[in-house]
Ligand binder design. Structure first.
Ligand SMILES: [Zn+2]
Length: 266
């Protein structure tokens, strides 16, 4: 009995076919699900960088763990990269405050409570006025060309003016709220006079950064003007509810200024 002829072979690719570059082959990543985690601590900042390995490549996990052992032992405590803003702007016995509300095992961080005291981890800088800085860093990492790098100095000056203005406005908002609150409470003349003097100081502290903003970052002038107007409006509130509402408005206006800033630095 004759055998049935074999079917024609099926050719799926042409003779000149070259498989596309697969990043997993190219970089020798096996692509299996990760299972073993090795943590590397940045020797400069103490920040954690995880490395993952699959079950089949446990030997690599062990090799890398051995490689980073010494580095990890010598790494500094991680530099904080969030929080610390209230102590940067308001003088209060913060340690007592935190101790009161935190769990019993809370210890003050070794780098201090205020973001101003933290060491600069290089890039990114510590969180000062989170929104402005975070926005700028995002754009900064995206920028690479030299022409743009030349603008960095000016950009730093602008950023300095913007953060100084935002901080000064926040300071004046606080002293004005205190002063108007005392007025409404019918506080003693002496207490009110002191609060008024503080408000005059914080008021004049706004002037220089405001001028700088209007010169260096004219596109932010309207938002700055609005933030300033909202703070000055706290003056002469007729009752507590009005004062609270005006304070809320002032905070909103200041937030609007801060969120407008990263758009300028884009
Ligand atoms: Zn693997």
């Amino acid at each position: 009995m004759p055998l049935r002829p074999l079917p024609e072979p099926v050719v799926h690719v042409g003779p000149g076919y070259v498989p596309p570059v697969d990043v997993r082959n190219e970089r020798q990543i096996c692509g299996a699900d990760s299972h073993h985690k090795v943590l590397e601590l940045d020797p400069r900042t103490g920040w954690v960088l995880p490395h993952w390995f699959c079950k089949r490549h446990v030997d690599h996990a062990e090799r890398v763990a051995e490689q980073v052992r010494e580095q990890n032992a010598a790494a500094p405590e991680p530099i904080p990269n969030r929080g610390g803003l209230l102590p940067a702007y308001f003088k209060v016995p913060w340690e007592d405050v935190y101790r009161h509300y935190a769990p019993a095992n809370w210890k003050p961080p070794s780098y201090g409570l205020s973001a101003d005291d933290w060491p600069d981890p290089g890039n990114p800088p510590p969180a000062l006025l989170g929104a402005v800085v975070a926005g700028v860093i995002q754009h900064r990492t995206a920028r690479t060309t030299r022409a743009e790098a030349r603008d960095d100095h000016r950009r730093d000056k602008e950023l300095e003016a913007v953060t100084a203005f935002a901080a000064a406005v926040a300071g004046h908002r606080r002293t004005m709220a205190v002063r108007e609150g005392l007025q409404l409470d019918g506080a003693s003349d002496e207490a009110f006079a002191e609060a008024r003097a503080a408000s005059h100081t914080s008021r004049s502290a706004i002037e220089a950064p405001k001028v700088l903003v209007s010169i260096l970052v004219p596109s932010l002038t309207p938002a700055a003007e609005e933030a300033m107007r909202a703070v000055l409006a706290l003056r002469g509130a007729t009752d507590k509810a009005t004062l609270d509402a005006l304070r809320e408005d002032a905070i909103t206006a200041a937030d609007r200024f801060v969120t407008a800033a990263p758009r300028h630095f884009a």
